[in-house]
Design a protein around this ligand. Sequence first.
Ligand code: PLP
Length: 402
Amino acid sequence: MKSNIDMAIDLASLRNPDAKGFYGPFGGAFVPEMLFPNVEELRSRYLEIIESEAFRQEFLGLLRDYAGRPTPLYFAKRLSEKYGTNLYLKREDLCHTGAHKINNTIGQILLARHLGKRRIIAETGAGQHGVATATVCALMGMECVVYMGALDMERQSPNVARMRMLGATVVPATSGNQTLKDATNEAIRDWICHPTDTHYIIGSVVGPHPYPDLVARLQSVISEEMRRQLAEKTGSEIPTAVLACVGGGSNAAGAFYHYIEEESVQLYGAEAAGHGVHSGETAATIALGKPGILHGSLSMLMQTDDGQVVEPYSISAGLDYPGVGPMHAALAHFGRAKYLSVTDEQALQAAHQLARLEGIIPALESAHALALLEELPFGKKDVVVVCLSGRGDKDMGVYGAP
Ligand SMILES: *Cc1c(COP(=O)(O)O)cnc(C)c1O
């Protein structure tokens, strides 16, 4: 396939943001003045800490012994036969707590400890990030407060029960639509009130600088392992393509990270189209969005003509987000990665197919990445890695529905 990457761009700048957190035109740190000291403390310290030997030892040790890394790179034989190509699944579904999110929360809680913080806050929509945060807080014996929209608490009650069993305090956000946006506002209010003892764990490659870069670096273990594992299995670290689903974009950032500068590797993100990109019920941010500021960074955003954020929809709670991380906005803008839309229906079919062909029930989010295989014309010499971001146990209410 011919590449049409914008040659004017230095590919390294799409992986490493500049000093102000910009990837090309996207990123930055647009925060209220009262939050500036918190974000600035993090910005000035994060790199020195996460690159230190002490941090790396502890982080890699916990990823190995607690989270179960490295996750396998599995050659999916029957799925490969079906598509006439060579398909490998990066098995993040086998991580502790069932998805890649734990890579990030382990890293951020260690960072919080290095910064001398004693209290952790987070916001959660579907509850998956809340559970991953409550898990590491229990592990480290730290106080944990998770803000969650009151409506989301009703819709995702099993995750509320999990967080509480792990010792977290779950606080309902009762303003607005009582969903993720309102929970985020509450978390920001809390952080402003606790500037010295509290770290805010953001769950994806979103938010003000340095969060997108911090989370991408913590998740980059995914592609670091992929390179090594592909070399063992195929004789080359370099695949034809890497496919991942994109909500905020953290599993995709982790899966792409060490390939961004390898121009021959095609990168594909799957966005949730919901009932269809133009149905009015969708979360296809890159397809429909325009530049705008959400949660402290300038990125692509689904918004009305007067800049109001459009309520997103997807069958998959983890992809139901109106924005996307600034790294992905830049990768799309410069043509380094392509983002395709996948409907609820296509994702459901891909999930059922993987269950029957490989005996693996994927998360609804990950099924969006698998559905891309229907669209992309890979051949029998190609090597394609799909990031299987999580497992589908949490989605049986949808899969099992008649
Ligand atoms: C949360 C979640 C996602 C979406 O988040 P990203 O930051 O885009 O990775 C994808 N897959 C699973 C299994 C999730 O839990």
